[in-house]
Design a protein around this ligand. Structure first.
Ligand SMILES: [Zn+2]
Ligand SMILES: [Zn+2]
Length: 252
């Protein structure tokens, strides 16, 4: 990829919406896969009362829209201003209690896990049925759209083309030794919260451009240096959180 193309992919611009200032990708096609669209606001005439506490709106009790769900609330029920990075807001924005809770959790992803994913980690990588794993650095691209694999060969996987992700863990369920358990990401506990479970690898399937069937890719945390092993484990845990966000937004 040329640096010119890379710069084009990462270019951003400021836009003002009724909800606040947003920093969005210059080219819509290069938006983050974690991004969410702004909701339609419930029209004023359809909500004479707060949708949480039922207070009637008047001159004293003013109406506010939650920036995340677009519903109408009084100031008391919608007073929290919380960062909403998934909608590209520059500043924290007004949200109802339910949405604020979700956004707080996501803020942790942006502050911690996303940084881990962007900085990358080293893995033994196997493509398809290949016998020979290759040592590669795997990281998320700056615009969050691609997994970049860098070793003797280089690969770029579009996040939007990934159909399934499984985290390979060991030490789970408790009591069983040396069993490797594949944990599906949908509806499962993150490896880091699963008691003894520790992420050791990841298996994913994606549609490569031009290929008719799905390609399988397996990443395994290497056994060599202790420090890089820890980095790989952290990267896998971060990828687990990222995948949950992606599936949640695909389901909406
Ligand atoms: Zn209220
Ligand atoms: Zn809300």
């Amino acid at each position: 990829m040329s640096s010119e193309v890379a710069a084009r992919r990462d270019a951003k611009k400021l836009v003002r919406s009724p909800s606040g200032l947003r920093m969005v990708p210059e080219h819509r096609a290069f938006g983050s896969p974690f991004g969410l669209e702004e909701p339609q606001w419930v029209p004023d005439k359809e909500c004479p009362r707060c949708m949480q506490c039922d207070a009637k709106f008047d001159f004293l009790t003013r109406k506010h829209h939650c920036r995340r769900c677009g519903k109408c609330f009084c100031d008391k029920c919608c007073g929290q201003k919380v960062p909403l990075r998934r909608m590209c807001f520059v500043d924290p924005v007004r949200q109802c209690a339910e949405c604020a809770l979700v956004s707080h959790k996501e803020a942790e992803f942006y502050d911690k896990q996303l940084k881990v994913l962007l900085s990358g980690a080293t893995f033994l990588v196997t493509f398809g049925n290949s016998e020979k794993p290759e040592t590669m650095v795997c990281r998320l691209s700056n615009n969050q759209r691609y997994l970049l694999l860098d070793g003797d060969s280089r690969h770029e996987i579009d996040i939007a083309h990934i159909s399934t992700v499984q985290i390979l863990t060991e030490g789970f369920p408790p009591g069983e030794k040396d069993t490797h358990t594949y944990t599906s990401l949908l509806g499962s506990q993150p490896a880091s919260e699963g008691g003894n479970a520790r992420a050791t690898g990841m298996s994913l399937r994606f549609a490569a451009p031009g290929a008719e069937s799905l390609t399988q890719l397996k990443l395994t945390a290497g056994e060599d240096a202790h420090a890089s092993r820890r980095q790989s484990t952290a990267w896998l845990a971060a990828m687990h959180k990222a995948t949950k966000l992606l599936y949640e937004s695909r389901d909406q």
